[in-house]
Design a protein around this ligand. Structure first.
Ligand SMILES: *Cc1c(COP(=O)(O)O)cnc(C)c1O
Length: 390
């Protein structure tokens, strides 16, 4: 078939066409390249302004942000944390970093944690004793929950909040894929994903909607959490001059160079979201006419950042299964990805508890993510559609 290299359409690559060069050059010219500098502070301020969060603390990546956020939520060895089985594995791993265990939940049609089953689990499978939610099966304390806003789809946080508040379960939002998504109705109207729970985390990895190469951010409205996050991510220095440390800290601070990239990328975020939305609509209009294929819907209660475009492949109607379609697209120079393998089936977590996991298997079998970069042209999208039709 002979695919020319310049015809290759990748799944998700960044667009670096704004002030990135200018700001990074300024870091190099002024020799402020490391983890202190005006761009780190500015990036944190800009994220606060964009998301409406009171405080933001930059981290080396989204995974380190989640690690620290869960520690701040009080997760200790022997505790348990509720997490969806459908997610990139990072939030699950951070639970283990703290010596705690995940309890896996099923997902809904938006790939998000199934709220109804989560509520049911908390009400029926746990008991509330002396201010703690105890898992009846294991006897362990369920300290926190990590709702992951999958592919930019907002989790219905309005539904999760009351039961978590009632049961003293801390909420650490994994908003690494949903920067820019905000609610448009209900009691959390206008609030951004990541700013509803006690703590939220963003990622600026190369495949996310904006990138710093690698990077992350913790957001919170609690000044105590913010101060502690900064302390823990900068080696827990209690005396800057004599290097006295009263706790185990981490070297999790973002560098000024990366933050400079972040400031420039954030300037473009609203444009990126508009492009992603237009491309989603163009894909949807064309794909929904193909029998056996449809682009996943997004929740109506939020304005979505449309980070990723999951496609459902109905094997019988389409005449080919997901694996076959992935190969067919690859043969035509189009990169796609299936859903991440379910976390409750991953080797390190095979013994962890899962609750009524059903839908996740169905979505695992039929989901295919198609190219979603902000630099896609109409021609690229129509090519993907054409290959889908062949
Ligand atoms: C990307 C991602 C992370 C981790 O972010 P990194 O910056 O790559 O460490 C965590 N959770 C989810 C759901 C992600 O997609």
């Amino acid at each position: 078939m002979g695919v020319e290299k310049n015809n290759f359409i990748p799944l998700s690559v960044p667009t670096i066409k704004g002030n990135e060069w200018k700001y990074v050059k300024e870091c190099l010219d002024t020799e402020w390249v490391s983890s202190v500098g005006q761009y780190v502070d500015r990036f944190e301020k800009d994220i606060c302004q964009f998301t409406g969060s009171k405080y933001a603390v930059a981290c080396v990546n989204g995974t380190s942000a989640l690690h620290i956020a869960l520690q701040l939520a009080g997760v200790k060895p022997g505790d348990e944390v509720i997490v969806p089985t459908v997610t990139f594995i990072a939030p699950v791993n951070t639970i283990r970093y703290l010596g705690a265990e995940p309890v896996f939940m099923d997902c809904d049609d938006f790939f998000n944690i199934d709220i109804e089953k989560t509520e049911e689990f908390i009400k029926q499978e746990t008991e509330y004793k002396e201010g703690l939610t105890i898992n009846k099966t294991t006897g362990s304390t369920i300290r926190a929950i990590v709702p992951v806003h999958m592919f930019g789809n907002a989790v219905n946080m309005e539904r999760i909040l009351p039961v978590c508040n009632e049961r003293n379960i801390m909420i650490v939002e994994d908003a690494t894929e949903s920067l820019g998504t905000y609610y448009i109705e209900g009691s959390i109207k206008n609030k951004h994903t990541g700013t509803i729970g006690q703590l939220g985390c963003y990622s600026f990895n190369g495949n996310k909607i904006i990138t710093t190469g690698g990077g992350g951010m913790i957001v919170t409205d609690d000044i105590g959490h913010a101060k502690k996050a900064k302390y823990l991510t900068t080696q827990a220095k209690d005396d800057e001059v004599r290097f006295v440390h009263n706790e185990v800290g981490y070297n999790y601070r973002l560098t000024n160079i990366q933050a400079a990239l972040g400031v420039a990328q954030l300037e473009r975020l609203s444009d990126f979201i508009n492009i992603k939305k237009d491309n989603y609509n163009l894909y949807k209009k064309n794909i929904d006419t193909i029998q056996g294929l449809h682009l996943a819907e997004v929740p109506g209660y939020a304005n979505n950042n449309h980070w990723m475009y999951p496609l459902f492949v109905e094997k019988v109607e389409y005449g080919m299964d997901r694996e076959g379609l992935m190969q067919h697209l690859s043969n035509n120079g189009i990169q796609t990805r299936p859903l991440w393998y379910l976390n409750h089936l991953q080797k390190p977590y095979i013994k962890s508890q899962g609750y009524k996991i059903e839908k996740a298997y169905e979505l695992l079998a039929k989901t295919l993510n198609i190219p979603c970069s902000t630099n896609l042209t109409e021609r690229d999208i129509l090519k993907v559609v054409r290959v889908l039709k062949q």
